[in-house]
Design a protein around this ligand. Structure first.
Ligand code: SAH
Length: 259
């Protein structure tokens, strides 16, 4: 990549980060759903070590932190998100047991068998569902839990338009039974699986995003990157409205078992 491209790329990248930084969540979900997933996990104490991988600005981490006692290390690739994350931690007075760090999910800074719980909402797709399940397992104690949300197909067949969108965006999207089988194959006992309610997309994700889009477009009026970014976000929301019976997000909770 030459310097000129790098500059353009960096500019695009920081614009994209700025847009998503302005939201409490960077993917579908809700406090209720985070707590529902947490309700299947029974081994947590003050001594527990928890990781939230791909935490974004930490919407779900703060919910978790208010309801569990242990120490949480939350990790994201983007420093802007982690800055906002750590500001929230301070505001809530949680610095003694919640910490946001910059890092990558394919090179985690944890020790083998260190963690009681791995949390990851709407982020494992960045490494791939099966690869994430397999690579992250070693950081968990036997009997430790993993809770991840991931996009799923709700049927074997679907219209071409939505199939093409996902094959391009994330070809590893799969049906729920196949995903549960992958969890089992990776050395976990599937404990619970539930589909995120529509409100996690509409009310908790697309609605705040639509607000952020308006503000962003006003600020960067005439900027091609900003306009394209908003257009792609609006297309995604429209696809969901049109095809939501065919796909959505699923929460998977599983326990590491001895192999
Ligand atoms: N868990 C948050 C954010 C989900 S969006 C929520 O539910 O709101 C996916 C997140 O994964 C983004 O914050 C993105 O910055 C992060 N991400 C992407 N690639 C990553 C990587 N390789 N390592 C760590 N985080 C990554």
């Amino acid at each position: 990549m030459n310097n000129e491209n790098k500059t353009i790329h960096d500019f695009d990248f920081s614009l994209i980060c700025e847009f998503f930084s302005s939201m409490d969540r960077q993917g579908p979900g809700s406090p209720d759903v985070t707590l529902k997933a947490l309700s299947f996990i029974d081994n947590l104490t003050q001594e527990s070590r928890i990781a939230d991988i791909g935490c974004g600005t930490g919407g779900q981490t703060m919910t978790l932190a208010k309801h569990v006692q242990g120490k949480i290390t939350a990790l994201d690739l983007f420093p802007d998100f982690i800055n906002i994350f750590n500001q929230k931690v301070k505001q809530l007075g949680l610095e003694h047991r919640v910490n946001g760090i910059v890092g990558s999910m394919d090179n985690l800074p944890f020790r083998t068998g260190e963690l009681d719980l791995i949390w990851s909402e709407g982020a494992i797709y960045n490494i791939g569902f099966e690869r994430g399940l397999n690579e992250w397992r070693k950081y968990l104690k036997t009997g430790g839990y993993i809770a991840v949300s991931e996009s799923s197909w709700f049927s074997d067949e679907r219209p071409k338009e939505i199939n093409d969108f996902w094959v391009n965006a994330y070809p590893e999207i799969d049906t729920i039974p196949n995903q549960v089988a992958k969890i089992y194959k990776a050395g976990y006992l599937p404990v619970a699986t539930f589909i995120l309610p529509e409100a996690c997309w509409t009310q908790h994700y697309f609605a705040p995003k639509a607000m952020a889009e308006g503000i962003f477009l006003e600020k960067y009026s005439g900027n091609k990157t900003a306009e394209e970014l908003v257009a792609s976000q609006r297309d995604e929301a429209e696809l969901y409205r049109k095809y939501k019976e065919f796909y959505g997000y699923t929460f998977f909770i599983a326990k590491k078992v001895r192999l």
